[in-house]
Design a protein around this ligand. Structure first.
Ligand SMILES: *Cc1c(COP(=O)(O)O)cnc(C)c1O
Length: 359
């Protein structure tokens, strides 16, 4: 079976972990600091703060910006649940804006949802494709809003050469399915020294001086074992991303079935294809369910990211959400993600194309 995603680890990661075990730094230590410096440099941000996951990175990023009960945060309903849960963790209220054909928040619909309570915009760079940061940053500036980017799927994605996570405060995940992994792990990126200081306090029980607790913090630290893996993965990230992009280009060139829409990339945008997501439109003679079945019969995994808009998840409905956002509704019924990860062989790529072209 060709898996939908596959972590790519080698002897370098294994060697690095063993070295940490010998060093005696089992919790947060010098490797975490080195990983933060290297990651910040890669993204083009001044600072980076490592955390235990992408979810905790988002949570801390929002708290560090002072997001709290009574505040509203504008975001996308078409994402992994963690993007939006992070807003709830702060006691704030997620406000959903519909997406565009690129699966990201539609910037032209944001202003209508801004109220006196709006404090932040949380765009998600879904599937590795950058949200329209020019428009989003312009709106944020006009209304004096914080921008926290969910770049958990977009390590290395960029607009005119500027990487996502460097526009607002960035949040990244290193979960095994992502473009680079450490098992569990996360990172915040920022140019603002005050955010660094707050995030560091929040990550470590509000503690700067040992056993002096300034605020209510958490244990959201990364370990040196994790950071050692991250440092090796970061060295390989560009190679991984280039392979993902070349796999996606192959699909874009060769999938020819009527009614299947392929990803489109705006000029100046760099898509790093965390997912290669097609749309099975109503022009397609075969249904999404039948295509999934056919792929499976041929040994190919595929997945629906995401079948249910966040506002229709059970506990969001219990909170009183009643949104019905048309593009989100349509796309959640049409999307299908195909394997695009760097472990795919030429044979795998040909097989995937051949199944889709002979439905
Ligand atoms: C993976 C992911 C997260 C959460 O990251 P974890 O490391 O799993 O906590 C948040 N947002 C998006 C869009 C993600 O894909």
């Amino acid at each position: 079976m060709i898996p939908i995603s596959k972590p790519f680890l080698g002897k370098e990661e294994k060697r690095a972990v063993l070295k940490v075990l010998d060093s005696g730094f089992l919790a947060q230590g010098p490797k975490v600091e080195e990983f933060e410096k290297r990651f910040a440099k890669y993204i083009g941000a001044k600072y980076a703060i490592a955390t235990s996951s992408g979810t905790t990175a988002l949570h801390i990023a929002l708290l560090a910006h002072g997001i709290k009960k009574g505040d509203e945060v504008i975001t996308s309903p078409f994402t992994f649940i963690a993007s939006v849960n992070a807003i709830l963790y702060c006691g704030a209220k997620p406000v959903f804006v519909d997406i565009g054909e690129d699966f990201n928040i539609n910037p032209d619909l944001i202003e209508k949802k801004i109220t006196k309570k709006t404090k932040a915009i949380l765009p998600v760079h879904l599937f590795g494709y950058p949200a329209d940061m020019a428009k989003i940053m312009k709106i944020a500036k006009k209304y004096n809003l914080v921008v926290v980017e969910d770049a958990c799927q977009a390590h290395g994605a960029s607009i005119q050469g500027r990487k996502v996570g460097s526009f607002g405060t960035g949040s990244f995940s290193f979960y095994p399915t992502k473009n680079m992994t450490t098992g569990e792990g996360g990172m915040i990126t920022t140019n603002d020294k005050r955010i660094v200081e707050k995030a560091m306090l929040l990550r470590n029980h509000g503690m700067k001086i040992k056993y002096r607790h300034e605020i209510l913090g958490f244990n959201f630290r990364m370990t040196d074992i994790v950071a050692a893996i991250g440092l090796e993965q970061l060295k390989k990230l560009e190679k991984f991303n280039k392979k993902r992009i070349s796999n996606a280009n192959y699909f874009n060139k060769n999938i020819k079935t009527k009614g299947i829409n392929l990803p489109r990339i705006k000029k100046g945008y760099r898509h790093v294809f965390h997912q290669y997501t097609i749309r099975i439109t109503d022009q397609c003679p075969v249904s999404r369910e039948k295509i999934i079945k056919k792929l499976k019969e041929n040994g190919i995994s595929s997945a629906i990211y995401y079948p249910v808009p966040i506002y229709r998840q059970k506990f969001y409905m219990n909170l009183g959400y009643k949104d019905y956002l048309p593009m989100t509704e349509i796309l959640s019924k049409e999307v299908l993600s195909l394997p695009v990860h760097p472990a795919l062989t030429k044979k795998d790529l040909k097989k995937i194309v051949s199944v889709l072209n002979n439905l």
